[in-house]
Structure formats: C-alpha cells, structure tokens
Design a protein around this ligand. Structure first.
Ligand code: APR
Length: 255
C-alpha cells in the first residue's frame, strides 16, 4: 500500500458525509501530465523566461512583441493539451455532488475540457484577448482575422491586445476573486492540488479556509503546506483513486 492510500479512506468518507462540500484549489502541477509546463522548479517556464521580463505588465507595455512571443508559445502548448485523469476525476467529484467549485490558477481551460462546470479562473484564460486601450474583448480565434501575423496584435482602435491572462503587477479579475474567497470560507474541505502556493492572493486561500474551520488536504509530490492530510504523490494517481474510494463508500451506504 502506498504511504498515501491509508489517508484516502478518511478523506473520501469526509467528502461523502460533508454538508458544506469541498472546494478545490489547483495550480500548474495538475496540468503537467497533460504536457503543460509548470512555472517554478526544474523545466518550469520561469527557468527559460525571466518573469520580470516576460510576465510583468510593465514588461508587456515596454516590449509587447517579446512578451507576445512567450504568450503565443504557451498558447500553442495549451492548444495541444488534453485533460488528464486528475482533471477528469475532479469533474466526476463535481458530478457526484461533492464539490462547491474548482478554483484554478491555471489558464489552460483543461478543467472545463474535462467536464467541470463550476470553474473559477483566478488568473484568467486564453479564450479571449482584451484591448488595453478601449477594453474591447475578442475571442482568441478571431485574432487570425483581426491581426493576422501581427506581433503584437492590435485592436481596431489601435490599442495593444493582450490575452485575458493575469500578468504580474495586474489586479485579479474581481468576481473570480470574490468567489474564491467565498468558496474557501464556506467549505468543509479544501483540496489543494499541484500548486507551490507561492503566489498571492491564491496562496492565502488555504489559511482562509482553515480559519473558517475547513480541513486542508494537499495533493502534491513536493508538498508546500502544513495540511491536515498530505498526499505526497502525483495528482493523476491520487485523484482517480480518491474517486474510486468515494464511489465504493457511496455504494456501501446506498446498499
Ligand atoms: N501532481 C500534483 N502536483 C504536481 C505534479 C503532479 N503530477 N507535478 C508537479 N506538481 C507540483 C509541484 O511540486 C509544484 O508544487 O505542482 C506545483 C507547481 O508549482 P508552480 O509551478 O509554482 O505553479 P503554480 O503554483 O500554479 O503557480 C502559481 O504563479 O507564475 C504564476 O501565474 C502563474 O498561475 C501561476 C502562479
């Protein structure tokens, strides 16, 4: 038995018995098996691109073409990526009625592609581009028509377009931020999956949930938190197994 399987039964039982349900917080780690690189650590995106030069809004204003190059590269990776068993397991837990919401720092849309319906995107997404001058929004796919081969692409008003992802130095979108706080404060369990929990404000959500009485479960081969349950293993191994145990417990209690 792996060192983490013993905890699964307790976590699954808590989920099935829970009144207030669980909230999930995800980060780049959950999408690594889908081929999307993480940000920190070995092979992380910030090893290749200095975030101060490529991921800060000031850098975007100073050198938009350079930042667009990195953003397009990431978009190409995301376009090829498919949900992995960890994303699918979370969609199943939602379907079974055990989740309040999936709060994600990821911009890859893989939770939705896996079938999760209530996804709170704290750092935006690649679905749209936004004009920094007039605020117009366009679907990413219309970029080809709007500004073919133009780097940086521009709006019809002449303003700079930026993918609707949050760069360092930018505010997080208001509604997702409020939702994230509400869902952390009102859950029984916060499942923290695949995040180094280094970037605020998402990094504060475990403390917010704990102060409101939730138990914290961390799933990460290199855990970052002092959680109530730590499952130090890849999410794509742990989460499908968690769903199996949840379904076993449901089956037993229904019988
Ligand atoms: N399953 C679960 N976790 C994993 C796996 C896996 N298979 N593989 C790696 N991890 C963990 C790593 O141990 C690490 O703790 O995923 C985490 C990834 O951390 P980061 O790269 O720092 O990603 P994240 O926490 O999402 O970064 C937050 O920082 O630069 C910004 O905006 C960017 O949204 C991003 C934010």
């Amino acid at each position: 038995m792996s060192h983490w399987t013993a905890a699964l039964h307790d976590i699954a039982t808590a989920l099935v018995r829970s009144e207030r349900k669980a909230t999930v917080l995800t980060g780049a780690g959950i999408s690594i098996p889908s081929g999307v690189p993480s940000f920190r650590g070995e092979k992380g995106l910030w090893e290749r691109y200095d975030p101060a030069e490529y991921a800060h809004i000031d850098a975007f204003h100073r050198q938009p073409a350079r930042v667009w190059q990195m953003l397009r590269e990431l978009r190409q990776v995301i376009e090829r990526a498919r949900p992995n068993p960890a994303h699918l397991a979370l969609a199943r837990l939602e379907e079974l009625g055990y989740l309040r919401a999936v709060v994600t720092q990821n911009v890859d849309g893989l939770h939705q592609a896996a079938g999760s319906r209530d996804v709170v995107e704290l750092h935006g997404s690649y679905r749209e581009v936004v004009c920094l001058a007039c605020g117009a929004r366009y679907p990413w796919d219309s970029l080809e028509l709007l500004a073919p081969d133009e780097t940086p692409p521009r709006c019809t008003c002449g303003g700079l377009l930026k993918p609707d992802v949050v760069l360092f130095g930018e505010l997080l979108p208001r509604y997702p931020l409020i939702r994230a706080w509400v869902e952390a404060q009102n859950c029984d369990t916060l499942l923290v999956i695949g995040t180094s929990a280094e970037v605020e404000p998402a990094a504060s959500l475990p403390a917010v949930a704990r102060n409101a009485g939730a138990r914290i479960v961390e799933i990460n081969p290199h855990p970052a938190l002092d959680a109530d349950f730590t499952l130090a293993a890849p999410a794509e191994e742990v989460l499908p197994r968690l769903v199996e145990v949840v379904e076993e417990i449901r089956g037993t209690s229904a019988a």
